[in-house]
Design a protein around this ligand. Structure first.
Ligand code: PEP
Length: 247
């Protein structure tokens, strides 16, 4: 059975003191985790968290990556730079970036490629808005988003992680039911299978108000291979409960 992945997305939260106490609380409890655990932190804190995590079984993640290799791209952070700080995972195409930074499917596909070329595992986010869901377009939207990534990354596709994150569930306290989430995960799995003979080993994780109470039920679904956790990843006790639910 593949190990589950529990990744925290800290978004634009934290400060030096709060980061240190959160990481120390996690490390005190996570010694031999039964799941792969990662924290995706703001890029200015990568060095701090890399240092704190050294020698411990929690992986470091970033929240974005430039689609470019290097050069005159003010404000951007390259894959090579992330790699220098020990980054193993990078969130790509989070709905907040698609929404507030107008990231297109094509840009998300290029960022995915850049992460793979840098030796970083991209956590590629797909998900429908409430309007999409109400219009019966959930499947169409997530398949379109994933198709762009498959198209540009071809045979490397088995190296990605996919995060299904319904936009209406992110930071809202509304969670997809385990059945709703499983249904979309099965659609994504079938799409990956059509693209790769290795699709079974691709982790498809769920994100959207996953918390200490609902995690176990979501993680028990056959195609849910982990979680991308926002708000609950900022509270050590809640994040640890979710990690525990992934065994
Ligand atoms: C996220 O930002 O990826 C997320 C899932 O957030 P939350 O858990 O707060 O809904």
């Amino acid at each position: 059975m593949k190990q589950k992945l529990i990744a925290g997305n800290w978004k634009m939260n934290g400060n030096l003191a709060a980061n240190e106490s959160l990481i120390r609380a996690l490390l005190a409890a996570v010694q031999q985790p039964v799941a792969t655990v990662a924290v995706c932190v703001p890029s200015v804190y990568l060095a701090q968290i890399q240092h704190l995590l050294a020698g411990h079984p929690i992986d470091l993640g970033a929240q974005d990556i430039s689609a470019h290799e290097a050069g005159a791209f003010t404000g951007e952070v390259s894959g090579a730079m992330l790699k220098e700080f020990g980054v193993r995972y990078c969130i790509v195409g989070h709905s907040e970036r698609r929404q507030y930074h107008a990231e297109s499917d094509a840009l998300v596909a290029s960022k995915t490629q850049r992460a793979l070329a840098s030796g970083i595992t991209p956590i590629v986010c797909v998900g429908e808005t409430l309007a999409d869901r109400e219009a019966g377009k959930t499947e169409e939207v997530v398949k379109r988003q994933l198709a762009a990534v498959i198209h540009e990354n071809g045979h490397c596709i088995s190296e990605i992680v996919v995060a299904y994150e319904p936009v209406w569930a992110i930071g809202t306290g509304k969670t997809a039911s385990p059945e709703q989430a499983q249904q979309v995960h099965a659609v994504l799995r079938a799409q990956l299978k059509a693209a790769s003979s290795q699709a079974e080993r691709i982790q498809i994780i769920y994100g959207g108000s996953m918390n200490a109470v609902n995690a176990a039920q979501l993680l028990a679904q056959p195609d849910i291979d982990g979680g991308l956790i926002g708000g609950a990843a900022l509270k050590a006790a809640d994040f640890l409960t979710i990690i525990d639910a992934a065994r």
